[in-house]
Design a protein around this ligand. Structure first.
Ligand code: ZN
Length: 285
C-alpha cells in the first residue's frame, strides 16, 4: 500500500520562499499574472496565463528563426549621419547606441533555417523605437538585393514606430528604396516572408512589411500606418473595436495568418519549403 501513502516533503519555510530576489519576478501588463522571470523567458516572453505577447528583443527572434551557429551578420558597420543637422540628433544616436548596445534599428544577416539558406532582417525596437532612417532602409535594401542576386529567400521581422523623424525626407525615401528592391525580388519569385510584431506602424508598414509573399503577424500586434486618434480626426468617424490589431487585419484580408510566437519557426520553415522552387526565372529586363 506504499503507493497510497502521502509522501512527506519538507516544507519550504516562509523565510526561504521570501529569499527569491524581487527582480526575479515579472508581471503581465494585461492580466496581472505574476510569475518568475524564467517562466516568461522560457515561453519566449509570452504570458503563461493569458498568452499576451510581450516584446521579444531582436536577438530573441534571431535565435528563434535560425539554426544554431548559422547566423552571420551583414552590413553591421553602417551608421547614421546627421545629414540634416537635426538638433541633438548626434547625441541621441550616441545615447541610443550605448543603451541598446547596437548602433541602429535593424539586424541583417544570412543564416540557415532547418537547413535552408535564408536572409533574415530583424528590427530592433530597443534602438530609437525601431525607427527607419537611412541605415535601416539601406540594410534592408542591401539584404533584399543580396536575396535577388543569390536567389535566397528573405524573412523580415518588423517592429517599428515608423520613419525616423530626425532624418526627415531621407527617412521617407527609404520606403521607395526598399520597395524597389522588393519588386525585383517578386519579379524573380524569390520567397519573402514578412513577420509583423507589435508594433508595426508608419513607414515600415507602408513599405516592405506589407509586401511579403506571405504576411504573418503575432497575436495582438498593433499594425497600421497612422495612430487611431489621427485617423479618427481625419475621417471624422468612430473606429471599430479592435481596429489595427493583427486579428482585425486578418479578418479584413490584409494579412495571411496570425501565428503565436511558439509556432513562428515551424510555420516559416514550412512555408519556405512549400514556396522554394529549384529553378528561378531570370529577372525580366
Ligand atoms: Zn497575462
Amino acid at each position: 500500500m506504499a503507493r497510497f501513502k502521502k509522501e512527506r516533503r519538507a516544507r519550504t519555510s516562509q523565510r526561504e520562499r521570501l529569499e527569491i530576489p524581487a527582480d526575479a519576478w515579472e508581471k503581465c501588463d494585461v492580466c496581472g499574472h505574476v510569475d518568475i522571470r524564467d517562466r516568461f523567458e522560457r515561453a519566449l516572453n509570452v504570458c503563461p496565463e493569458c498568452g499576451h505577447h510581450r516584446r521579444l528583443p531582436a536577438t530573441g527572434y534571431i535565435e528563434l528563426l535560425t539554426d544554431p551557429e548559422s547566423w552571420r551578420e551583414l552590413f553591421g558597420n553602417l551608421r547614421s549621419e546627421d545629414a540634416l543637422g537635426f538638433e541633438h540628433y548626434p547625441e541621441r544616436l550616441e545615447k541610443a547606441c550605448e543603451k541598446a548596445g547596437e548602433c541602429d534599428a535593424v539586424f541583417t544577416g544570412s543564416a540557415r533555417l532547418e537547413g535552408m539558406p535564408v536572409h533574415l532582417a530583424v528590427m530592433n525596437f530597443a534602438f530609437m523605437g525601431g525607427s527607419m532612417g537611412s541605415v535601416v532602409g539601406e540594410k534592408v535594401a542591401r539584404l533584399t538585393r543580396r536575396s535577388v542576386e543569390k536567389k535566397i529567400p528573405l524573412i523580415i521581422v518588423s517592429m517599428s514606430g515608423g520613419a525616423r523623424m530626425q532624418e526627415g525626407v531621407l527617412s521617407l525615401m527609404q520606403m521607395a528604396k526598399t520597395s524597389a528592391q522588393m519588386a525585383r525580388l517578386h519579379a524573380l519569385a524569390v520567397p519573402f516572408i514578412s513577420i509583423l510584431t507589435n508594433p508595426t506602424t508608419g513607414g515600415v508598414s507602408a513599405s516592405f512589411a506589407m509586401q511579403g509573399d506571405v504576411i504573418l503577424a503575432e497575436p495582438g500586434a498593433v499594425i497600421g500606418f497612422a495612430g487611431p486618434r489621427v485617423i479618427k480626426q481625419t475621417i471624422g468617424q468612430d473606429l471599430p473595436e479592435g481596429f489595427q490589431t493583427a486579428e482585425f487585419l486578418l479578418e479584413h484580408g490584409q494579412i495571411d495568418e496570425v501565428v503565436p510566437r511558439r509556432s513562428l519557426r515551424d510555420t516559416t520553415a514550412r512555408l519556405l519549403r512549400h514556396m522554394e522552387r529549384v529553378e528561378y526565372e531570370e529577372e525580366p529586363a
